[in-house]
Design a protein around this ligand. Sequence first.
Ligand code: ADP
Ligand code: MG
Length: 230
Amino acid sequence: MLEVRNIVKTYVTGELDFTALKGINLTIEKGEFTSIMGPSGSGKSTFMNILGCLDNQYKGEYILNGNDISNLKDDDLAHIRNKDIGFVFQAFNLLPRMTLLENVELPMIYAGVPLKERRKKAVEALEKVGLGDRIKHKSNEISGGQKQRVAIARAIVNNPKVIMADEPTGNLDTKSSVEIMKIFQNLNEEGATVVMVTHEEDIARYTKRIVKFKDGEIVLDKMVGNRIIL
Ligand code: ADP
Ligand code: MG
C-alpha cells in the first residue's frame, strides 16, 4: 500500500538546521492497522505530514499504491491527498458554523462530486460513525468525541486508500477515545488501511502493529501482543 525509503526531513529555521527524520524506511501493506508511537519531539507528526501528503519538502522516496509520489508539486500533491488519503487531526479541524453534513461534504466539493451524490455519501459516512440522527447540527454544538467522529466521516467519505490520523484521541476522554478506536477497528475490519499516531500505550493496544520513533529514527517495529478487540 505504501512504502517510504530513506526519508530525511530537515527543518531550516533561520541559520539553524534541525533534522527531524534521519532516514526512515517503512512499508505498510493494505489492510494493516498501525500505530506510530514515540516521545514528544521524536518526529511522529513530521512523518505523518509526509505520509499524509501535507508536506513535500523532504529527501527520499514515497511510493503510494504503486505510484512514486516523492516530492510532488503542491497541486499534484493536493490531488493525491484528496483522492487517496483521509486525514484525521488531533484538533478535529471542523468548520464550526457549518453543519455536520456540510463538513463531511467538503472534500467531495473539492473532488467535484455532484450535490445529490455528495449528500448521499455524506449521510452514509455520518451513519457509519453513529451520527446519522444529527446531520443538521452545527459542528460547534456537539461534544469532542462527536467532533472527532465527524472528522472520521469526512476522512472516509471519498473512499480513501489509507486513513491517517495524528493523535486522534489526544483531546478526548477515555470513553470517547475508546469509541474512536472502535470506529477505526470497524473500518479496518472492512478492509481499510489505517495508520495513526499515538503516544499512549493503552491506545496503541487497539491497533495491530506498533512502530516506535525516537530522535527521528525507527527504534522498534512489532506486532501488538494481546491486542484489545472491541
Ligand atoms: P512529535 O509529533 O513526535 O511530537 P514533531 O514531528 O512534531 O514530533 O517534531 C519533531 C522535531 O521537529 C521536534 O524537535 C520539533 O521541535 C521539530 N519541528 C517540528 N516542526 C518544526 C518546524 N515547523 N520548524 C522547525 N522545527 C520543527
Ligand atoms: Mg506530534
